[in-house]
Design a protein. Structure first.
Length: 301
């Protein structure tokens, strides 16, 4: 039976003509609309625990609401991947460790520094398996299996390597075996599980991990605590326009003053964010300068 004319499928030629007309119409309409704002690209390393993905989604949405533009979080396993993405201008801002900031200061500017337990500082912790004989120093761990977090981490690599350097030795000469876990939480897991006898971790992540996974952290013991260092900061590309940088900075500084922002900070375990203070990173810079020509530092990476 022949279909009525009005129900016949359009011919291929007619369909092409209709698509072309719709495209022209859409293009004409788009010309009268303002361009959608580009997403601000924010890089994250494992300074955020992997099981806080739900938090990241909520934080992203909150930042977007404060900025009036989309925000994209870009996560990478290694600190160096985020640093290189910043240098290639594939990211606008990032939450990085103090060491990558010190290493690339000509190309990055401080935006804000997290405040943790009343201060914008943290520590490197040397931890051991709880079932090891008690010791009170990194230097009492000769011959042990030691886990570093990342070669670009201050607390997870630079500080303990500098301590050994000051004792006229290197990780390879001092320990029986060394390896990288690529995340502080992985170092905690490795020590608790007995894959490593000891390791170096970020005090903030250690305490946050204790809050979320007390059963794992219970299998470890802190044996040494470093002096205070500047907390891993939020940085921007040095050439990022002020109209992009300033609203993001203001949103972070205002987080603790809004109910939704304060709730997010509580989930993150932070008090808030404070304005930039370059002097907080002077000790990291001094260690890096001292160690940058060290055989021990180069071989370990």
């Amino acid at each position: 039976m022949r279909l009525p004319t009005r129900h016949r499928p359009a011919s291929p030629a007619r369909r092409r003509l209709l698509r072309a007309g719709l495209a022209l119409l859409a293009g004409g309409m788009a010309k009268g609309l303002p361009a959608a704002p580009e997403a601000l690209r924010f890089g994250l390393t494992p300074v955020i625990l992997d099981d806080q993905i739900g938090f990241l989604n909520d934080w992203r949405d909150w930042l977007a609401s404060q900025l009036g533009r989309p925000v994209t979080f870009v996560q990478r396993l290694k600190y160096r991947d985020i640093t290189e993405a910043m240098l290639r201008e594939e990211l606008d801002m990032a939450w990085v460790c103090g060491l990558p900031y010190v290493q690339t200061r000509p190309f990055m500017s401080l935006v804000a520094i997290p405040c943790y337990r009343g201060t914008p500082t943290y520590h490197s912790l040397i931890i051991t398996r709880r079932d090891l004989p008690p010791v009170d120093s990194l230097l009492a761990l000769r011959g042990r299996i030691f886990a570093f977090s990342d070669p670009d981490s201050n607390s997870g690599y630079l500080y303990p390597t500098w301590r050994l350097h000051r004792a006229h030795t290197t990780p390879q000469a001092f320990f029986g075996k060394v390896f990288f876990t690529w995340a502080h939480r992985n170092t905690i897991d490795a020590v608790a599980a007995g894959l490593a006898d000891a390791g170096a971790v970020d005090s903030y992540i250690y305490e946050e991990y204790r809050r979320h996974h007390p059963d794992v952290v219970a299998g470890t013991r802190v044996v040494e605590r470093s002096p205070a260092f500047g907390f891993p900061p939020v940085v921007a590309r040095d050439d990022l326009p002020a109209e992009d940088r300033a609203p993001f900075q203001q949103a972070l500084l205002n987080m603790e003053h809004t109910p939704a922002g304060k709730a997010l900070l509580s989930r993150l375990g932070l008090d808030g964010f404070v304005p930039p203070r370059r002097e907080l990173f002077a000790d990291i810079a001094a260690m890096w300068t001292e160690m940058s020509g060290s055989d021990g530092l180069q071989r370990a990476t």
